[in-house]
Design a protein. Sequence first.
Length: 259
Amino acid sequence: MFWKQAEIVTRQALDSGDLMPITTDAETISEQGIDFLGYVVTQNARKKPIALAPGANPFLPYEPAMYVAPAGAEHVCLLNKFPVLSPHLLICSADFVPQSAPLTRADFEAWRLGFTGEDVLGFYNSGPLAGASQPHRHMQLVKAEIPLEPCIVGGTLPFRHMLFTHQTLEVAVLYASYLEALTRLSLVDGDHCKPYNILLTTRWMLVFPRSQNNIEGVFANALNYSGRFLVKHPEQLVWLKQYGIFRYLTECAQYLDGA
């Protein structure tokens, strides 16, 4: 569900000027046989930091033009106002829940509603060091290819992670796998979690801890670990190519034990 309605809401929000896409066409950066995609922000991105007063919550209340549909009893589906890929859906808790608190089964139940095809990619940023720009609980969904998928499913990722494969998206199984990842990766810290990301598809779920959210001003969230990058200036793509994308991803995550 969500996607047909999201397309309608997207057209309306574009026409009204409420939706503000922030990227140009992608540039391909090849490394170790992977064709990564790099995007440079447009002028709309410069409006993002001043769109809200300091401390304001864009999800409570949410902007009516961004509303797509309810997502169960405890969540709502909204458009991302500043999308890299469009439609870009946000599954937000109806009441405030910290982004750094552990996900609940209800979160997975709401998130699961957006997976209506094999091309759907879900991702989650737990806290600022993992790339979260808002402290209010929100899971994300886009329709996109995953350039890094061969490394993910092939077991060649150079950083700490846990991969769970599945034939169907059963919430009970997903949630149990998630709790296992929290324990085995030592991500629980009292009522909150240490920084981590999730990538979720109809085929697999990847959970991995984070150590920093940027290197030299090039910021990373979960979507970067699918093989996509958003930068402020074209020169940053040049820097990223020279620095090494796998090196960058590993240093923003955590090195494998013994590496």
